[in-house]
Design a protein around this ligand. Structure first.
Ligand code: NAD
Ligand code: ZN
Ligand code: ZN
Length: 346
């Protein structure tokens, strides 16, 4: 089969690899029909994720058709259409029992990281019964690719951890796919205001069409001053960090009102200053989370019922065999006005 293979920092190739086989009775082999590229794949390609070794097939998102199942798989059979979760979970360990699939002692985020991933014609999925979701007949499968990672991430790490409530004022720093996923799913709770902050005017314009009530380009104006002006000098009830750099986590600390929440989503590579000298008396809650994908079944229903329009997140489509070109587009997101790219293997 063909696959997108990592060969060390800044090296990748679309090349021939052996088709995966069942290694454990709980495995399934899935023929990929649609997959996508994540910002995390770009981090890996920069060499920021050293656990990813030469020869690894990248990718942790997608939908496909079951090709084969191991003897212990009971929920799926050959021919079933499935949604692949970016998190593989055994369902049996202490963390899985707590609903923290991301910290599964036997899985977690392993696809396209510690084991071969989904940017290929076929993928092996461990713990298939717990790590795949059945796709209802007649679904728009392209829309469901957004459920492998970005929608549960924006919702669980941003909206649920930030405890967004009706009438709240919410600021989301970063309007990439993850910040936009938080913007879409925050609206389940009818917050009064959602202020999007980014450096990219195109992404801010997109966020207005997705329901943002205010947008701030923090390269052009002072975001703290603008938020104060928009909120009667107060600030926001919930500040969601969806970038992953010190400046944006610091900004969140300046935006939040007493009693508010700072919900971190961003993957941080550097330490960040925490201003406890001002925050200690402010009754705020700071949360962190690696996406668990426990809300995937609920989000699937909201996409199915069209309460959540996940197709809006897709800007570009390619053949899977044109994945090198798709990477070029996705890695120049501002130039190409790109959000999520779909790779079709049909
Ligand atoms: N916690 C988790 O489980 C989890 C899961 C997936 C992704 N993530 C992380 O979420 C973050 C966002 O992911 P994404 O795919 O949307 O990334 P992205 O790079 O596409 O988007 C980030 C956005 O931040 C903006 N930005 C950059 N610097 C800024 C600044 N100083 N001020 C304001 N905006 C700024 C960029 O213009 C861009 O639109 C990343 O750090 C990613 O690794 C976390
Ligand atoms: Zn991802
Ligand atoms: Zn587990």
């Amino acid at each position: 089969m063909k696959a997108l293979v990592y060969h060390g920092a800044n090296k990748k190739a679309w090349e021939e690899k052996p088709k995966p086989v069942i290694l454990q009775p709980t495995d399934a082999i899935v023929k990929i029909t649609k997959t996508t590229i994540c910002g995390t794949d770009l981090h890996i390609l920069k060499g920021d994720v050293p656990e990813v070794t030469d020869g690894r097939i990248l990718g942790h998102e997608g939908v496909g058709i079951i090709e084969a199942v191991g003897a212990a798989v009971t929920a799926f059979k050959k021919g079933d259409h499935v949604l692949i979760s970016c998190i593989s979970s055994c369902g049996k360990c202490e963390y899985c029992k707590k609903g923290m699939y991301s910290h599964c002692e036997n899985g977690g985020w392993i696809l396209g990281h510690l084991i071969d991933g989904t940017q290929a014609e076929y993928v092996r999925i461990p713990f298939a019964d717990n790590s795949l979701y059945p796709i209802p007949a007649g679904s728009d499968e392209e829309a469901l690719v957004m459920l492998s990672d970005i929608l549960p991430t924006g919702f669980e790490c941003g909206v649920l951890n930030g405890q967004v409530k009706p009438g709240d004022t919410v600021a989301i720093v970063g309007s990439g796919p993850i910040g936009l996923a938080a913007l879409l799913t925050a609206q389940f709770y009818s917050p009064a205001e959602i202020i999007m902050i980014d450096l990219d005017d195109n992404r801010l314009a997109v966020s207005r069409t997705f329901g943002a009530t205010q947008t701030i380009n923090s390269a052009k104006e002072n975001a703290v001053e603008r938020v104060k002006a928009l909120t009667g000098r107060k600030g926001v009830d919930v500040a969601i960090e969806a970038v992953g750099i010190p400046a944006t986590f610091l900004l969140c600390q300046s935006l939040v009102v007493p009693g508010g929440h700072i919900a971190n989503i961003g993957v941080h590579g550097k330490s960040v200053e925490l201003h406890l000298e001002t925050l200690w008396a402010q009754n705020i809650t700071i949360t962190t989370r690696l996406v668990d994908t426990v809300t995937t079944p609920m989000l699937l229903k909201t996409v199915q019922s069209k309460k959540l329009n996940s197709l809006q997140l897709i800007t570009h489509r390619f053949k899977l065999s044109d994945i090198i070109q798709a990477y070029d587009t996705f890695s120049h997101a501002d130039r190409e006005k790109a959000l999520k790219v779909i790779l079709n293997n049909e």
